[in-house]
Design a protein around this ligand. Sequence first.
Ligand code: SAH
Length: 352
Amino acid sequence: MRADIKSMTIPELEGLLAGLGEPRFRAKQLFSWLHQKRAADFDEMKNLPASLRAALKEKASLTRFVTERKLVSQLDGTVKYLQRLEDGEYLETVLMRYEHGNSVCISTQVGCRMGCSFCASTKAGFVRHLTPAEMLEQVYAVGRDTGERVDSIVLMGIGEPLDNYENVLRFLTLVASPEGLNLSHRHISLSTCGLADRIHELAALRLQLTLSVSLHAVDDGVRSRIMPVNRRWPISELLSACDDYTGQTHRRISYEYALIDGVNDTPAEAEALAKLLRGKLCHVNLIPVNYVAEAGFGKSPRRRVLAFQQALARRGITATIRRTLGADISAACGQLRRDAGQRREGRAGDAQ
Ligand code: SAH
């Protein structure tokens, strides 16, 4: 196995390089080639001795991947990338353009094992965790492709970030490193389906991340039906973990609520949501659910979405209706990857 050097901190690189008989200062030089100059090849690393470059070429990996498909929205400039990883797996990355800058939505796993019934990412199953390097490289690849700055990152693509906790934490350390992208945690949002134990752990670290919580229902019966994670961590335990997060970090939590026609979108449910969130430092994002073929769920009609928002507002809860970006290149999260997998299986089938 080659050393995953793009997932390593400077002190770890110092250790690795010491083993190759190199002085400590080389670690910072290497880190900068990986995370600031973002070399495509070890030969570019001109200030490293040729012998070291040769050793790294043999022993270390640069974790680069190939853009298999790129879709650009004609409506709002959103870009979706389907990337092929070194082991042939696929991931998706999305660039969203806002007035306040460029935001990159990254995947944290190949597939997902949370099983939410409305979500395309989980339909094709779980394959593996992404490495910190593979998460960083998604951000770097967008920067390379567009030549533009990345102002914020959301961990909201394929996968459950808190199910890949160690690698995600390492990613968060590396991305904020002054010798790397130097992006403040205040510009990073992490979205979770609600692994309450991990939320408590994260709270204790007091990082300044924005936590987005995919709530999507107000009673345990409905939530367990559409989100199996709720059977392990019911709403009351999830919300108390969220309170812990706010208590320790003083950060406002963003609750995501996907409105599904006839499943969770009545005025009574809006009222119950307001009651659950009363007095909390939070914001609600209402998302008309994206259609996913196998799920059989449809978007709530516009008037019901507006009524839901108004019912929340009347009870003092601010909610925004999420604007759909890239509607013309639609493919909700996970759909490009799933289609690529099906094409691959199709090809294999043809060959038989
Ligand atoms: N696993 C994490 C992050 C990835 S999903 C999480 O669950 O939060 C990112 C967001 O998209 C979540 O809020 C998720 O519930 C939502 N989502 C998934 N499928 C959707 C769909 N078909 N329509 C609307 N939102 C969806």
